[in-house]
Design a protein around this ligand. Sequence first.
Ligand code: SF4
Length: 301
Amino acid sequence: MSIDTRTTLLAADAPGPLPGRSAALSPSRASDFMQCPLLYRFRVIDRLPSPPSPAAARGTLVHSVLERLFDLPAAERTPDAAAALVGPQWQELVDTDPELAAMLEADEDRTQESWFAEAVTLINTWFVLEDPTRLEPAERELYVEAEFDGLTLRGYVDRLDVAPNGALRVVDYKTGRSPSEHFEAKALFQMKFYALVLWRLRGVIPQMLQLVYLGNSELMRYSPDEADLLATERKVKALWTAIERAATTGDWRPRTSRLCDWCDYKDLCPAWGGTPPPLPLDAGRLAVDPSVTGGVDPADD
Ligand code: SF4
């Protein structure tokens, strides 16, 4: 399809949220667009699934164990108790998504036993970084949503701690390694996004944003101030404007970076010799469909 034809088709398909639904954005989709507009297109317009990956599934399992552990009385939140949750939590995940079991069976490098052992190693690292017997989270897997001038921001916060004086600490678990200095801003963007939404919801700026990296046993902490969060609000609104512009023009150009090595769609990317699928006729509408642009998954790592 030539550029001219594509543009004509898009012009006839006025972008905008579906009737009765306001525009919405999640931190994951905002990050996709910031990283690469074509990556955003593949996820949001073409709706190409990410192939199931052992790393993502392990992340989901570890998140789920860390969440369930807080169901136990404080004194019983031990490494052994957490390890005992791994099997049952994995079974729950497989019951919901049987493809996970198939993925593990197809993985020639792992048995179920070694798979569980990997999860337990990450969980044990968490016990080095935090002491759950001294924590009483106010919320776990908290869904948050707030509207900013017609744009709804949504996400899931892994854990929210509230101090006796009302100070909020937002905690996010990452099963990978902490990012290099170059990618720190990207990791913090997601946390500032949550902080902005919580500020709007609770009227309090979270005092601490804490990323817990289990892959290399590191904590990243940041205390945002009002100027930070106002800057984040401006950034998110500007991003949405850029997404709407791309939805109108059909210009979803690739932006290459070191992250291309981890892109699920590299084979389809013209920057790497691939050919993307034809742009759907209703691409402009799909690009801003709030069920996808604001789609959130509590297991997002
Ligand atoms: S390979 Fe890189 S440039 Fe291509 S779509 Fe993925 S992130 Fe974008």
